[in-house]
Design a protein around this ligand. Structure first.
Ligand code: NAD
Length: 374
């Protein structure tokens, strides 16, 4: 399969490489002095087999392995400092590659640590969740949570490559798979493909996977092209606007609401709560309600989206009164002054950007005449 390239000023700044099997990653690891593997402890078997392959094919290149706990609570500077200490203790340098294996939490922290260690060393990702394959591991946004706020510290710096393969998804818990479906569907709401049918086809397949035992294993061959399409849409947007000065904002569809939902749902002890993708699904329905209240979307759109999300197993009813979300939305990283760029779906495949205060958005969303059917 051809690589998907992320291009900036005519130069390839990152690549998305796809493979049928995990061993297809090997050619990508050639030529580095050392490879350091940072992995989510929940995918230690996968990380172990990649490390063994490195040792077999490139003797003495494996610089070390470090397992981390992938939780929102531990997505913080302490963990990143731990990764930096590991890299320092094992003599990582500018000719090394830091390979992050895991979901979005792992790739965000690995990329951030590699970006600040020695002012930046090379890194690459093997995303092991659907969400990370279609979104988190593409585009170079890396970072950690800070003072209860998601991804408040971070940088934009591109991985050498992101290796996408359906194999790791086979061990993913169902809730995490379904959560990733939200980012895939979000991408197709932004860009429905040349035939204008990607969103509906993806809903159909995700519904089948959701309702079939071992659905991911059974349908992985059919799933891969959708993962690749979603990754390609994101790669295209990032190529045109790496630093989010304009078009890249559309990728935040549903995210202003979602981050507030995640913030409010996070338990103080564990930091766990509503999963990112689940919050994104709720956020997209709220964005559609806001869009309908502004007369941008047809009044049926929020109901349609809610119905589709439910088909694939996503919750889409926000459990918090909207007024409670206003404060959390006001600290959105994307806010400029008191205005936030809201991405509003107009129809499947089309979105518009509208600048509103959190209060305006909440008032309009709750005052809209459209009622979510779920
Ligand atoms: N950088 C970006 O552009 C970007 C975009 C979207 C989301 N994110 C971030 O991504 C994070 C969410 O990512 P995620 O949903 O991938 O979560 P995650 O990394 O927390 O993974 C979800 C859970 O699945 C486990 N897991 C991962 N892969 C597995 C596998 N193959 N088999 C079994 N268990 C596995 C993890 O240990 C974890 O418990 C959030 O922190 C979010 O802020 C970043």
């Amino acid at each position: 399969m051809n690589d998907i390239e992320i291009i900036n000023s005519g130069k390839v700044i990152s690549r998305i490489v796809t493979g049928e099997w995990i061993s297809d990653i090997l050619p990508q690891l050639k030529g580095y002095r050392k490879v350091y593997v940072i992995y989510d402890k929940n995918v230690s078997a996968l990380a172990g087999s990649i490390s063994e392959m490195i040792e077999d094919h490139y003797p003495s290149v494996l610089g070390g392995m470090m397992g981390i706990d992938a939780s929102e609570q531990k997505k913080n500077l302490d963990t990143v400092m731990g990764i930096c200490s590991f890299l320092l203790d094992n003599n990582a340098d500018r000719k090394s590659l830091v390979l992050g294996i895991g979901g979005g939490i792992t790739t965000d922290m690995t990329g951030f640590a590699a970006s600040i260690y020695k002012r930046g060393v090379k890194f690459a990702f093997v995303p092991t969740t659907l969400l990370a394959q279609v979104d988190a591991a593409i585009g170079g946004k890396t970072g950690v949570n800070f003072h209860q706020f998601k991804n408040m510290l971070g940088v934009i710096r591109q991985p050498e490559f992101t290796f996408i393969c359906p194999e790791p998804l086979e061990t993913l818990p169902q809730r995490d798979f379904v959560s990733g479906s939200a980012e895939m569907l979000k991408t197709f709401i932004l860009d429905n493909g040349p035939q204008n049918d990607r969103y509906e086809s993806a809903c159909h397949l995700l519904e089948k996977i959701h309702s079939t035992p071992d659905g991911v294993i059974k349908y992985s061959t059919r799933l891969l092209p959708f993962i690749i399409s979603a990754a390609a849409v994101k790669a295209g947007v990032v190529s045109r606007d790496q630093f989010e000065n304009g078009e890249r904002r559309i990728l935040n569809l549903g995210h202003t609401f979602a981050h507030a939902i995640e913030h409010l749902s996070a338990e103080e002890e564990t930091g766990q709560g509503i999963a990112h993708g689940e919050a994104v699904a709720m956020g997209i329905v709220l964005a559609a309600k806001l869009s309908a209240a502004l007369g941008i979307a047809n009044s049926h759109l929020p109901e349609r989206l809610a119905r589709d999300f439910k088909r694939v197993g996503l919750p889409c009813e926000c459990p918090f009164p909207l007024e409670e979300m206003e404060k959390a939305m006001s600290v959105d990283k994307k806010a400029e002054g008191d205005k936030i760029h809201f991405i509003l779906p107009q129809s499947i495949g089309h979105v518009v950007v509208k600048d509103l205060t959190a209060k305006e958005a909440i008032d309009l969303t709750s005052g809209g005449t459209v009622i979510c059917i779920i």
